[in-house]
Write a protein that binds this ligand. Structure first.
Ligand SMILES: NC(=O)c1ccc[n+]([C@@H]2O[C@H](COP(=O)([O-])OP(=O)(O)OC[C@H]3O[C@@H](n4cnc5c(N)ncnc54)[C@H](OP(=O)(O)O)[C@@H]3O)[C@@H](O)[C@H]2O)c1
Length: 288
């Protein structure tokens, strides 16, 4: 793993730079001496160096060309939504980016397979860009902290409620995702591969409830929901119903054990072991 950005790497635009992974990617790239531009709907909110923030809004294609002008590499979040509209926006943006000289895209995708994962989005990146990496992370450990509905329920009601039963997933720390993104953005040779990113072990949600109970000393209950109950909760949390149904389907796939596996990708690409959930939550709890 290189200590510094290799000479000759051009400007890197980080999209979603106010978000969970983008914030960490931008910080890591800057620490490595890379020339970083950050993009978001409200560039005035960035407190980085002047001139490095640009307006980038998936719902305003007029922002696309200026955001990528002079950019060589991109950390890219996908547009929200799972339909044809998201695929069209992505395609349009990639064509603009390629026309402006972007060569490499590191896409934050997900571990989710099948139609729910919108495979057309990584396919567009592979088709339009000469250099790419598709990051396919498992569920984020950060879903249990911050603003995520799972975290809110944990804090406010002392409960974790899912339809996953004893199904397990390889929860991954967003900091490890950012470390992989940084390496794949800065590497001299492009990866041109999909990388499924997991933590070091798979855990069930009931097991997470026990771990959080041990770490915080507060009794956290695991509540098993039916599919309909879970969909209703997502809708109440503000998700449109079709997306709420997709989210519920994911829980059912977890319940069937479809995501019960880990990979060595984080260690292979960064040289360090991914953080375990207990390590992650302990350090989060100490900070609060
Ligand atoms: N949570 C999980 O367990 C999990 C697992 C696997 C994959 N993922 C994927 O991770 C992605 C989310 O990444 P994240 O957690 O790093 O981000 P996040 O914390 O959810 O933040 C979303 C970011 O997107 C930006 N954004 C929102 N609307 C936008 C728009 N219309 N145009 C341009 N930018 C917009 C926001 O920036 P501004 O507000 O500054 O515009 C913000 O920085 C999703 O695609 C999700 O599918 C999540």
């Amino acid at each position: 793993v290189d200590e510094r950005a290799p000479a000759g790497v051009g400007t890197i635009l980080v999209t979603g730079a106010t978000g969970t992974t983008g914030r960490r990617v931008a910080a890591r790239l800057r620490a490595r001496g890379a020339d970083v531009r950050v993009g978001g709907r409200h560039p005035e909110r960035f407190d980085g160096e002047p001139g490095t923030a640009v307006r980038f809004d998936w719902h305003d294609p007029g922002t696309f060309a200026a955001a990528v002008a002079g950019v060589e590499r991109l950390y890219l979040l996908r547009p929200s939504g799972s339909g044809a509209d998201a695929v069209d926006r992505m395609h349009r943006f990639l064509v603009t980016a390629r026309g402006e000289g972007v060569r490499r895209v590191v896409l934050l995708h997900s571990q989710v397979t099948g139609a729910a994962g919108t495979p057309e989005i990584p396919a567009a990146v592979r088709r339009e860009m000469p250099e790419w990496a598709i990051l396919c992370p498992s569920w984020f450990m950060q879903n249990f902290t911050g603003d995520h509905p799972t975290a809110t329920a944990l804090r406010e009601h002392g409960e974790i409620a899912t339809a996953t039963g004893n199904g397990r997933v390889g929860f991954v720390d967003a900091d490890d995702i950012a470390a992989v993104a940084t390496e794949t953005l800065l590497s001299a040779e492009p990866s041109n591969r999909h990388h499924v990113l997991t933590g070091p072990e798979t855990l069930s949600y009931p097991r997470i409830a026990d771990l959080v109970t041990d770490i915080t000393g507060r009794r956290i209950r695991y509540v098993e929901l039916t599919a309909d109950e879970l969909t209703a909760r997502w809708v109440a949390a503000g998700l449109p119903e079709p997306l709420a149904r997709v989210a519920t389907e994911l829980d059912l796939a977890v319940n069937r054990g479809e995501y019960d596996y880990t990979t060595t990708a984080v260690e292979d690409l960064t040289g360090h072991r991914p953080r375990s959930f207990a390590q992650f939550f302990r350090s989060h709890h100490r900070r609060d």
